[in-house]
Design a protein around this ligand. Structure first.
Ligand code: NAD
Length: 509
């Protein structure tokens, strides 16, 4: 029996004990996960420095804050998320309890990636724990230092039988994928995403695939180009362009291309100084393979900004390329590095066609000051998420579902969406054995009268019997009664005054 099989068996046995289910246990584990991040912050930041050249402040801002925010949210909202959710009833089920109950799925396999190794591996875990599941955590071997810290220390904080870390490379991941899980949550490339889906299909296991692709960024000629370029420069070059929702390329009209280049150049100077290689805020490419891949994408172009590289440090300067042909290799695959091509389009119509002719992107960015045009851009395109007049900020809101569409992913997560994604929504209808006569309409022998009754009951409008509606109904009734009484009193007073008037009038007459 392989090591992976043994781990999965142990995890499933631990899940079957039922100890991952009580809400108190889930909250305790989430708190311990939080302690892990707090107490091991130094080791985590050091690992990120070694993996991706991230600064301590950058690690805190882009890796750990989002994790802490999700943990805080899950801990404070868990009781609400996990509670049965009453739904509308029809006449036939009016006296029954009808609700949707979120239940744990079982054992979840979480396959993480390397560009933000902490949130992209542990955010699904927050949802898995919150939903009462067991989970096997497979960090990416590519961010090896982060993977090592996770493997060595996580087991000292959270239940090691319910939430084990399996370190290893492609072979270990493939071995895990041969086994049976109740959900596979994968973050990484579309190429491997297909392999994951294929493996999961053997067991009919549902999957969440958080994939990548080319996220376009359209800058309208009537927008504030300077501000647009500041925001794009931040989103494109943070983490050295190795962000799944980084703007992959810019679309703009030829008349503003020069201005866009100049504004990005100025912003880069402001953000990273004259030599970004010396800036503590500018990272490194994860490894030599990706370094060579990105350099090969730039072959044949003369950069208008940047272009310098140093293979000994896996350093590639923030680079901008202009007038990139739409069908070049650079425009066929996700860049996932600090290279920003500009492709010119004739107008917004052309930009919309350009976007729609390609795979559905993970994110779309639009810089524009005309509300009608913004609405049109949103309505006539599609993408996993869209941010207007900024980049990547939709990721920061846990109220928004984060995920792709089509080739950019399957399913979404963040906040309650992760909880829901990793829960089974069980349909529950609990009746009593009373009122049997109500059921006659559906029992044989059928006749026209019974059939008519059954039809009426089934066609009756759905009735909302949720607590909130009932409270509103009670409040509305009390208010109604109060208003009626007040009206009655006013009428009586008015009538009384009238009588008095008549009396005095009669007296004086
Ligand atoms: P990667 O190489 O780290 O692979 C991710 C995981 O897949 C790893 O755990 C690895 O062990 C496993 N893996 C790799 N090859 C495999 C194979 N042949 N069979 C089975 N398992 C295999 O990550 P990557 O693929 O380089 O990730 C980069 C991609 O991830 C980019 O396309 C990026 O856009 C995307 N991404 C998406 C998101 C998102 O949230 N949508 C986030 C980050 C990255």
């Amino acid at each position: 029996m392989s090591r992976e099989q043994q781990v999965v068996d142990r995890t499933r046995r631990a899940f079957r004990t039922g100890r991952s289910r009580p809400l108190e246990f889930r909250i305790q584990q989430l708190k311990r996960l939080w302690s892990f991040i707090k107490e091991r912050q130094e080791e985590i930041c050091e690992a990120l420095r070694r993996d991706l050249g991230k600064s301590e402040l950058g690690s805190e801002l882009y890796e750990l804050l989002v994790l802490e925010a999700e943990l805080k949210l899950a801990i404070s909202r868990l009781a609400e998320w996990a509670a049965p959710r009453p739904v509308e009833k029809n006449l036939l089920t009016l006296t029954a309890e009808v609700y949707v109950k979120p239940e744990p799925l079982g054992v979840v396999l979480i396959i993480g990636t390397w560009n933000y190794p902490w949130p992209l591996t542990l955010l699904p875990l927050v949802g898995a724990i919150a939903a009462g599941n067991a989970a096997i955590i497979k960090p990416s071997e590519v961010s090896s230092n982060s993977s090592k810290v996770m493997e060595e220390h996580l087991c000292h904080y959270i239940d090691q039988d319910l939430y084990p870390v399996v370190a290893g490379g492609v072979q270990e991941t493939q071995e895990l994928l041969r086994l049976r899980f109740d959900h596979v949550f994968y973050t990484g490339s579309s190429r491997v995403g297909k392999l994951v889906m294929e493996a999961a299909a053997h067991h009919l296991t549902p999957v969440t695939l958080e994939l990548g692709g080319k996220s376009p960024c359209y800058i309208d000629k009537n927008s504030d180009v300077r501000i647009a370029c500041r925001r794009v420069t931040w989103g494109k070059f943070v983490n050295c362009g190795q962000t799944c929702i980084a703007p992959d390329y810019i679309l703009c009209e030829p008349c503003i291309q020069g201005q866009v280049v100049e504004c990005i150049r100025q912003t880069l100077l402001e953000f990273y100084g004259a030599d970004p290689k010396c800036s503590p805020d500018y990272g490194r490419i994860i490894n030599q393979r990706h370094f060579n891949r990105i350099l090969s994408l730039m072959e044949g172009y003369t950069p208008v900004v940047g272009g310098q590289s140093d293979s000994s440090q896996c350093y590639i300067a923030p680079t901008v390329l202009k007038d990139v042909p739409p069908h070049s290799r650079l425009m066929q695959e996700e860049i996932f590095g600090p290279v920003l091509p500009i492709v010119t389009v004739s107008d917004m119509d052309d930009a919309i066609s350009f976007i729609n002719e390609r795979e559905k992107p993970l994110a779309l960015y639009v810089f524009c000051s005309d509300k009608k045009a913004i609405k049109r851009m949103i309505e006539e395109t599609t993408s996993g998420g869209v941010t207007v007049n900024d980049v990547m900020m939709h990721y920061t809101l846990s109220s928004l579902p984060f995920g792709g569409v089509g080739q950019s992913g399957v399913g979404c997560y963040h906040g309650k969406h992760t909880f829901d994604r990793l829960s089974h929504h069980r349909a529950c209808l609990v009746r009593s054995l009373n009122m049997e006569s109500v059921n006659l309409a559906r029992y044989p022998p059928q006749d026209r009268r019974r059939a008519r009754r059954a039809r009426m009951a089934l066609r009756s409008p759905l009735i909302d019997m949720s607590k909130r509606t009932l409270i509103w109904a009670v409040v509305a009734t009390i208010l109604g009664v109060c208003l009626s009484i007040a009206l009655l009193v006013i009428l009586l007073i008015a009538a009384g005054l009238n009588c008095t008037c008549w009396y005095w009038r009669g007296f004086y007459n």
